[in-house]
Write a protein that binds this ligand. Structure first.
Ligand SMILES: Cc1ncc(COP(=O)(O)O)c(C=O)c1O
Length: 279
């Protein structure tokens, strides 16, 4: 992550990176306890900001964390941060931790940060040629919350990257596919766009945008269980996330999806997503 001369909000003021502080007694350090949300700008306007802040509030509620500011104030602070930094495009992380604990387990007053860094796009060929993903049996704790605990993501991604994969997709013991470490997943099966239903996943904001795009393009959308054993039936696969946008997948665990090319449905959705966000 960039450590350039950015301004970040530390809960009371905009400060430089070297001025940010967090107690080692904060539950986020001792237990990985806290929540965050991540979004980016297009033309330096935060994309789907109210939805991201609403999801942050929902994540916090699920962990029993009370956000120190109203949603409206957080919105204002995010806009302030974008303006203050004036990067070409900005990545924004809004973080609320468990706070300093006295006994090592009971939450205290949340620490709050807004971190602003320059947004960078993935290489073009990820979108034109597609990417490889690995899969792993795993279920995130409290899946509907975007908690600070990405232990499995960090460990599995480091391993998968060595094999040339850009994402790890989680499945359960029955082979049911849920989501990527930091993305949602869609499949094209027999002309329909299929995606795991919302139980057991983080409800991605980009996922919602893609479902609306598909509906607008008259592509039928089905939210249902999808299994690893169905790989031979997948005509197309893609990931969605605020940073990855709509990223086509052509290989899963070394198995080529259909003919290994980015398919027409993915192509239409990528084109429309770009028209909306960058047009
Ligand atoms: C576990 C998980 N699922 C899905 C997503 C995608 O969500 P969004 O489209 O809101 O970025 C993320 C984003 O980081 C994530 O961490």
């Amino acid at each position: 992550m960039d450590t350039i001369a950015a301004f970040h909000y530390d809960g009371t003021a905009w400060v430089r990176p070297h001025e940010l502080t967090l107690s080692p007694f904060d539950l986020s350090v001792l237990r990985g306890f806290g929540v965050f949300d991540f979004l980016r700008t297009y033309h330096n306007i935060p994309y789907k900001l109210p939805q991201h802040i609403k999801r942050l509030e929902n994540s916090a509620r699920q962990l029993g964390i009370t956000l120190p500011y109203s949603l409206k104030r957080i919105e204002e602070l995010v806009l302030e941060g974008i303006k203050k930094n004036s990067f070409p495009e900005t990545n924004i992380r809004i973080v609320a931790t468990g706070g300093v604990t006295l006994d090592g387990i009971t939450p205290g007053k949340p620490s709050f940060f807004i971190l602003c860094t320059p947004a960078h796009d993935y290489p073009d060929d990820f979108y034109t040629s597609g990417v490889s993903v690995a899969t792993k049996e795993f279920l995130r704790a409290i899946p509907a919350a975007k908690s600070l605990n990405y232990l499995s993501a960090v460990v599995e991604l480091a391993e998968a990257k060595k094999q040339g994969a850009v994402e790890v997709v989680y499945r359960d013991g029955t082979g049911k596919i849920s989501e990527g470490t930091t993305s949602n997943i869609f499949f094209v099966i027999g002309g329909k766009l299929v995606t795991p239903n919302i139980e057991g996943i983080l409800v991605g904001i980009t996922r919602g945008v893609v479902i609306s795009i598909a509906q607008k393009l008259d592509i039928p959308v089905v939210e249902t269980d999808v299994y690893y054993s169905q790989i031979p039936l997948f005509d197309e696969v893609f990931l969605t996330a605020s940073n990855k946008e709509v990223m086509p997948v052509v290989k899963m665990d070394g198995k080529v999806v259909r003919n290994g090319n980015v398919g027409p449905v993915s192509h239409r959705i990528i084109t429309e997503f770009r028209r909306i966000t960058q047009g």
